[in-house]
Design a protein around this ligand. Structure first.
Ligand code: ZN
Length: 257
């Protein structure tokens, strides 16, 4: 079963690649089918098999030979692995279903944020409502009865959004510039909707930790300057994924149901 979930993850990862490429351009994610952005030739189904086609084609377009970004491969693999690990933790359950949807959304959001420095409203706003809806439909995610679960999710949205608005306000007082984007606020609200308010605090903690560490490493190796803008969305996503895996663990997980 684990292998099937992994394959399912690869297929959704392939879909994530389409979203990452097309959503910021305002293009439809349904039609037309995949095509090479260089020579515009349609990509045949046998050249569009996750991971395998990339290896067979040695990362190049079959028609024009233009290199295909290794990121397509990475996004597919990452989605497959996350789907698999979430299944390993929560089994064949509604919890796995809900967190796989969250993980997929976080991957799409992260790579769009890296490309454009923007977090797409078309994902985070429906994401907030989906988190509320799932909390009501599948209260076992929070291990509560239905009404409590919905309230818990709602408090998660409020604290997730609220805490970043508050930090942004403090940042503006101290540094006289906008530190937090509106997209980050909505993204943490979405994490709160899916995962509750304790998870919001853990997510923010790990996002800040990873953000600081990775930025320090990049600055030390001269890949970035201190004043460079760093998108915070991918770190929030990483923090949210860590907090999913801490759920029901003894260490730190005692904070989360
Ligand atoms: Zn081509």
């Amino acid at each position: 079963m684990g292998f099937i979930i992994f394959i399912l993850g690869l297929i959704f990862g392939s879909f994530a690649n389409v979203c990452i490429y097309r959503l910021p351009k305002g293009k439809s994610i349904i039609s037309p089918g995949s095509f090479c952005p260089n020579c515009n030739k349609n990509i045949k189904w046998y050249d569009n098999i996750p991971l395998i086609s990339y290896i067979i084609l040695k990362g190049k377009c079959r028609y024009c030979g233009k290199p295909i970004s290794v990121r397509y491969f990475i996004v597919e693999f990452l989605t497959g692995i996350l789907f698999f690990l979430i299944y390993k933790k929560f089994g064949l359950s509604s919890i796995t279903f809900v967190y796989n949807i969250l993980a997929l959304s976080l991957i799409i959001i992260s790579f769009i944020d890296i490309d454009t420095f923007l977090i797409p409203d078309v994902i985070v706003i429906p994401g907030i409502f989906l988190g509320l809806l799932f909390s009501f439909l599948f209260p076992q995610i929070h291990n509560m009865d239905r009404i409590k679960s919905l309230i818990y999710s709602f408090i998660g949205v409020t604290i997730g959004g609220g805490i970043l608005i508050f930090l942004g306000f403090i940042g503006k007082l101290l540094f006289k510039k906008d530190a937090m984007g509106g997209g980050d606020v909505k993204l943490l609200g979405m994490v709160g909707a899916f995962n509750g308010w304790q998870s919001v605090l853990l997510t923010l903690f790990f996002a800040s930790l990873f953000g600081t560490l990775i930025s320090l490493i990049l600055i030390l190796f001269g890949k970035k300057k201190i004043e460079d803008y760093v998108p915070f969305g991918p770190y929030l996503a990483l923090g949210a994924v860590v907090s999913i895996f801490l759920k029901r663990n003894l260490f730190l997980g005692f904070l989360i149901h």
